[in-house]
Write a protein that binds this ligand. Sequence first.
Ligand code: ADP
Length: 632
Amino acid sequence: MAGLSLKHIYKVYPNGTKAVNDFNMEIADKEFIVFVGPSGCGKSTTLRMIAGLEDISAGELMIGENVVNDMEPKDRDIAMVFQNYALYPHMTVFENIAFGLRLRKLPKDEINKRVTEAAEILGITEYLGKKPKEMSGGQRQRVSLGRAIVREPKVMLLDEPLSNLDAKLRTQMRSEIAKLHAKLQTTFIYVTHDQIEAMTMGTRIVVMKSGFVQQIDTPKNLYNYPGNKFVAGFIGTPQMNFFEGTLLKKGEEVEIKFEYSDAKITVPYSMMYKARPSYLDGQSKVYIGLRAEAVSVNPEVVKASKFKIKVRVSHKEELGNQTLIYGDINMDGDGYTESSTRIIISADATAECKSGDVIDAALDISKVHLFDKETEQSILPRIPEYNYIDCEVKEGKLIFLGAELKLPPAIKTPDGKYELLIPTDAITTGGKDAAITVKDCENINGKYVVSFELGERTMFAVADEEVKHGKAKIDVDLKKISLIKDGETVVEAMPEKIRLEGKLVKEKVVEQVETDGKFKKKKVIKFFLQIEDCKLPCPDSAATKLITAMGVKKAFTEKLIYECSPYDLTVAEEGISASVESVLDYGKEKFAVCKIGETTACVYGEAYGEVKLLPAVDKLSVIQAANDIRII
Ligand code: ADP
């Protein structure tokens, strides 16, 4: 039994295919994790890297307490089940299950005990003397499961184990595997392209596309809170309806207009607090996502609803307990082909309507999803990144929603009205006896999303710890805010990352080495991180990571990007040459704006003139510039 930790895992195949990009995940002991996504998205590659069947190009993989990047598969304490069963045809079922244990030279009694137990769990006791060819696909897969569980692995890896089975058997085996997981109390990682399999089995699901993780969440959260259009469309049957549309804010309401049709509804602005105001201009295109069950044709629901659209029915699919009504919100649309006006409605079996009817449908607006038309990311993210608020700058003060903050010298802009962006992680709440009411604090995947009342609206903060309901004070980290006027950012947030260019260098250095009590001069190879004009000693462990990930040649020739925070560079005797252009005074903190080569970077502290900046080597991230792989 063990948890796993995957940190910045990449896979680049020798032919250059980047199969997995920056995979990050902590898997707790006993979880049932499913990797799901269309063919070629990188799920098997990730699983095979965990198994040790593929090298990890960059990143760190831990199973339990151990970093296993360089550990042989047999030493990783994992067992793997494949789609094609991979049984030995000339051996009996017993021998197949016992094979690995015999290789490991376990005592005969122990082997007998484990095989008998596994066969019982899997219901194949009566087949132990048979050969695989005498068995059905489902039974063969049970044998390969048996072979995996007798090893009593810390982690079970399953790669599309049910793909070769027919639909009925697949459903049956699905619940058997879930049962097996509950019984074994072992961490399971399961790969499938079938979203139903993923949804029914996983405690958490990793949705992947084109080598990138799209979202990691519980089945329920993926369904209810998809972070982007791909996840929204991939999870759930029938597929979510997507319409193109625009949003227009009119006072305290927002009009949602569906393109290529006359459909429009008006919803309260409070629903859109998490959305950037530029989406609400009636111009920016969005996708409106509605699941089939978020649309109703039930006459009573329709009668009571304020959110109605017209649908021209094209055909129905009677599924017994429910009917899927296919239609179009464009009265000239055909309702058959997938389009941005086609709609599928889940209705009960008694729903009465026929082809050609134009009916009213009610929308459950609490279940509307909105995505950016270009990036396809949700514009109402569950963990919001920013608060978007109208504000005014007046006589050195920032005024918004009844709050007033004194602006520090670093923020200079003429008096007037602006759009204010406050990142949710720039707001801290605490103290008491203040005007702010904390309405809610929700734990979302380990982060606490705090919603609080400020003036007439809700704002959000994201905290690492729970915040109590009730009255509180807020504090805003003003170096993180931006001010926008007429679509242009006039006050920029201070960059949180500094990126500098450089290389990895090796040099032969003469050192005094002690052998048998005598000192001798010896040439040793030392590694250095060349950052701009500065050469820093590079720890051997970091050099090894870079050489392993990039190959011996490229590691010393290719450009690297070093990334750190403004707090990780300090003024010192030796270091990177920089000239200080100005000092940003945020009140509590000051930052020197430094020119380093072509780069401008804000560095914590007050400094003037020509300086040397020393980076904290252990805080540096190192990125291979050519293919944007974060190696350290
Ligand atoms: P999935 O399991 O999601 O179907 P894979 O992990 O098998 O996807 O593959 C991810 C990507 O890596 C695909 O583009 C595939 O073509 C590529 N790929 C897989 N194996 C190799 C290989 N040995 N050499 C080169 N490219 C590979």
